[in-house]
Write a protein that binds this ligand. Structure first.
Ligand code: SF4
Length: 921
């Protein structure tokens, strides 16, 4: 494309294609005022505030430089008397309506800083009457008396995050920013992503944490530190603002995954680290505090069963208990759970401790409960458990399938990029038994019957194969197993699958055609796919869809299992898996085991270890007696919790390393106070395969210590001679045995912040899209594996007639151990709730807010009910983050035979009004 030469303030300059006059001026070092335009983050220019006017020779009126593109030979004067005076007049008119600077909400706002720069901080004009403050939201304050109606918040909400809550309403003098139908912000459908607050140049929208009771800013940070969000697998980059060693606010940074965006958790959920219930000293169980699975943590005083101890005493007790079991009962009597919340280095050291210090492969983590079946299918088919393309590839896709995932809740920032793609013309197909926010943006929502995924996907494959929509050249060049699929898929015509999955045959055909015929189609999936006894089969079908149509390995195509926790990808890569050493190298392969034995100076167990649920069963069976659990909470996250809690209570010796006395730590003999995400440095790998660096933001409280130090101290006391000086040392060792980290060094991470693997050279960016020319399998081909239709493990019957499915809500994450201790997040979603269709609620004769009793074959809970039209009839949906009504007391521990993942998404349940509890309670 041609560049445009024009004159700016008497100097010849050159505009890149698409650059505005303002952008060229900025690049050339000329700062033109701007209020309604935000180059960082890069919002669409609107040209409405007129603060950036410039004079163009030969033109009668001044032009808004943020929107005006230069022409060849144009002569622009940014500093002419006419332009400067017009801009001053604009500023003076805006200043007239602002609160006086001394009492303004944010005297340091972008607005006041530009007022200073153009030397107009007072006005000759009378002020208009403005609006009163709205403090209805727990995290954000609305002060429209400072609003200049630049529309940045509208663009933030409508065009960037695509939430469509903020709009401009009324006319003329009364025109103003509104939330929904001019509702108070706290009562609107606002999802508190805070994008508007980050965008607002005047302080009209501000984080409440900055403001005093008069809505005047009193909090100014002492320093800022760049790090990451500690929650989901999107891996948003964050700038933390700190005052007096406390985080006061978080802003999005321009990371490759988030481009300045955050969601409510990342922006407002940081304060759990300052919660008064943080463990600040090692704790040892009191001799008279018996372990009882029925006993629960006292929320008011969680420390009742423990006494404080010195680090030496606690570490000695912790390690000696493990050594005693190892030496008396054998190496297989111990097990460890590492954490997907911890860094790559912590995960690596933890699995190394279990493999070398404990002596077995009994190490696992929560990937077993989220994407183990996806990884099993991906490893089988493609010999790689990672995504083939980042979620930003949605921007290049013609068709986007989102199946068994609810990204606006679980991966909110990733969802914004999917919505952006739809706004630009991509067709979105959502497939899920529950409707969701994304359905509003979808071309089609296939609301199939719960547990019938394989029937639906096989019908699509049948259509693709029988209608000749396959990519024959791709199949011939890059795949194997197609002939087998072609034969077996004959059993699954759409007409035969329609009654099983509940989707009309013609719709199944239509969607299959859309997916196969598009130039580029991409599939995103979540735990609705993986958390089934047929989870691996579900993922096999998705892989078959991509391989038969060649919708992989090109821009806008691919397979992307959206990772739930911030480092579940990295923890899995680092070897927190009982069947794999780091980088998915099977423990049973002597040739792959040897380099580790050489590096770790020890023979390793060639037999695969036990998985999360198997470990609980082994405790009941008496074959496992001791555990070390770092940052995981199986007493909330496991299926059939009573069974899991009984197992934890039965352990002879349990060491827990965590921030709080979690439901799991409550059963511990020793609790080691760990560091929160913001209190340590490390590398984390997001859902896109991006290895990103997190920096220490604040110090751990009291005597809490770095997790790496704690793991190392346990290792030393178990006879291992470890001397790592910090994460850089550990990362360097990892690069010696993990081919995926080739060309990534700690220094590079520190320098670049994020590097996507695989990367072919120390100086080139990583490969965002992989499998461009085949697969890392022995044959170089992707394996197509047909799947049979298998019913869920526990089918509803007369006794338990409904289906229970579990998951998350936007504000709470995983077992709630962090988010429920965040004031803002718990304020927005403060108590346990189950979601049901209005029709089912009428049938049960319950009202929203009433308590219902949910019973399955494993347990019962009482919980408030919320009416939700997105939930299909005969289904109950429950988040699993609430300790007071733990959904996993109800769930079915039946496992997928390949991924060993429990069927969290389907079990039989009955619901009835709770007899003694009402909405008034
Ligand atoms: Fe954090 Fe995920 Fe939200 Fe990003 S999308 S801010 S990583 S919780």
């Amino acid at each position: 494309m041609t560049r445009i030469q024009f004159e700016l303030d008497g100097k010849m300059v050159e505009a890149q294609p698409g650059e505005s006059i303002w952008q060229v001026a900025k690049r050339e070092g000329t700062d033109i005022p701007h209020l309604c335009y935000s180059p960082e983050p890069d919002y669409r220019a609107d040209g409405n505030c007129r603060a950036c006017m410039v004079e163009i020779e030969g033109e009668r009126v001044l032009a808004a430089s943020c929107k005006r593109m230069p022409n060849v030979g144009m002569k622009v004067k940014s500093a002419s008397a006419r332009a400067v005076s017009a801009r001053k007049m604009v500023m003076e008119l805006l200043v007239a309506d602002q609160p006086a600077r001394e009492t303004s909400h944010d005297p340091d706002s972008k607005f006041w800083s530009w007022a200073d720069k153009v030397d107009v901080t007072e006005s000759r004009f009378p002020a208009n009457e403005r609006w009163a403050s709205d403090t209805s939201h727990p995290a954000m304050s609305v002060n429209l008396d400072a609003c200049i109606q630049c529309g940045l918040c509208v663009r933030a909400c409508r065009e960037v995050q695509v939430n469509d809550v903020i709009g401009m309403a009324y006319r003329n003098h009364d025109a103003k920013i509104v939330f929904d139908f001019d509702d108070p912000m706290g009562e609107s459908t606002c999802v508190a992503c805070g994008e508007c607050v980050q965008a607002c140049p005047t302080g009209a929208l501000m984080p409440s944490a900055y403001l005093d009771a008069n809505q005047t800013r009193t909090v100014y940070p002492d320093k800022t530190v760049d790090s990451l969000c500690p929650f989901c697998g999107v891996g948003c980059q964050v700038e933390y603002q700190i005052k007096d060693e406390k985080i006061v606010y978080a802003e999005g940074r321009d990371g490759p995954a988030n481009h300045n965006r955050l969601c409510v958790k990342g922006r407002f959920g940081f304060d759990y680290i300052h919660h008064p219930h943080r463990i600040t000293k090692p704790l040892v169980r009191l001799p008279n505090a018996k372990k009882d699975a029925g006993d629960q943590v006292d929320p008011a005083n969680p420390f009742t069963h423990f006494r404080e101890a010195s680090w030496d005493e606690a570490l000695d007790i912790a390690a000696q208990g493990l050594v005693k079991i190892r030496d008396t009962k054998g190496v297989k009597a111990l097990a460890g759970f590492g954490s997907a919340k911890g860094s790559n280095e912590e995960a690596y050291l933890f699995q190394k401790l279990v493999r070398t210090g404990f002596g077995s492969n009994n190490v696992d983590h929560c990937t077993r409960l989220c994407h183990a079946s996806s990884v099993a299918a991906l490893m089988e088919g493609l010999n790689s458990g990672a995504v083939s393309a980042p979620f930003s590839a949605a921007a290049d896709a013609e068709v986007i399938i989102v199946i068994g995932a609810n990204p606006t809740v679980n991966h909110p920032v990733a969802a914004t990029f999917i919505k952006n793609a739809v706004k630009k013309g991509a067709k979105l197909i959502v497939m899920d038994p529950r409707r969701q926010t994304l359905s509003r943006h979808a071309t089609k929502h296939l609301q199939f019957k719960p547990g019938s995924d394989v029937a639906m996907l096989n019908a699509m494959l049948h259509t693709i194969v029988t209608e000749g929509l396959t990519d024959a050249q791709y199949i011939a060049g890059y795949t194997e197993g197609f002939d087998d699929l072609k034969e077996k898929i004959k059993e699954f015509p759409p007409e035969k699958m329609e009654p099983i999955c509940g989707i009309p045959a013609e719709t199944l055909r239509e969607v299959a055609r859309m997916y196969a015929k598009a130039k580029s189609s991409i599939i995103f999936w979540g735990m609705g796919i993986s958390q089934h006894v047929h989870g691996t089969d579900n993922a096999r079908c998705l892989i078959a869809l991509a391989l038969t149509t060649g919708q992989i390995g090109r821009p806008g195509t691919g397979l992307h299992p959206l990772r739930g926790q911030n480092n579940v990808q990295g923890a899995s890569d680092a070897g927190l898996i009982p069947m794999f050493l780091p980088d998915y190298q099977p423990v049973g392969r002597v040739d792959l085991r040897q380099p580790f034995e050489h590096l770790w100076h020890q023979e390793l167990d060639p037999v695969r270890g036990l998985t999360v649920v198997e470990i609980m069963d082994a405790i009941h069976a008496g074959t496992i007696s001791g555990m070390y659990i770092e940052g995981e909470n199986p007493a909330m996250s496991d299926p059939d919790l009573q069974h899991a809690r009984e197992a934890l209570a039965k352990l002879e010796h349990l060491v827990v390393q965590d921030l709080f006395v979690t439901e799991t730590a409550f059963h511990a003999d020793v609790i080691l106070p760990a560091s929160a995400f913001a209190e340590k440095a490390g590398s984390f790998t997001n859902t896109d395969r991006r290895v990103q660096i997190a920096r220490q933001v604040v110090k751990p409280p009291g005597d809490a210590r770095q997790d790496l130090w704690i793991i190392q101290e346990i290792a030393r006391r178990m006879g291992l001679d470890w001397n790592y000086n910090g994460p850089a040392d550990v990362f360097t060792e990892m690069t010696h045995v993990m081919p995926s980290l080739k060309n990534i060094t700690w220094e590079r991470l520190e320098r670049e912040g994020a590097v996507t693997y695989p990367v072919s050279d120390p100086f080139v960016p990583g490969n965002e899209i992989i499998f461009t020319t085949g697969f890392p399998t022995e044959s170089g081909r992707g394996k197509i594996v047909p799947a049979k239709v298998i019913a869920p493990d526990e089918i509803p019957d007369d006794e338990y007639p409904m289906v229970l499915s579990t998951g998350r809500v936007l504000e709470h994450w995983h077992t709630g151990s962090m988010t429920r201790r965040s004031e803002v997040l718990d304020n927005i979603e403060p108590e346990a709730v189950a979601f049901m269709s209005p029709k089912d609620m009428r049938r049960l004769n319950v009202w929203p807010g009433d308590f219902v009793r949910l019973e399955t074959r494993r347990g019962a809970i009482e919980v408030r009910v919320r009416s939700d039209r997105d939930v299909p009839e005969n289904m109950v949906f429950m988040p699993f983050c609430y300790a007071e009504a733990a959904a996993n007391l109800l769930t079915n521990p039946a496992l997928d035979p390949f991924g060993k993942i429990p069927e969290f998404k389907f079990c039989a349940v009955r619901a009835k009004p709770a007899e003694l509890r009402s909405a008034a309670e």
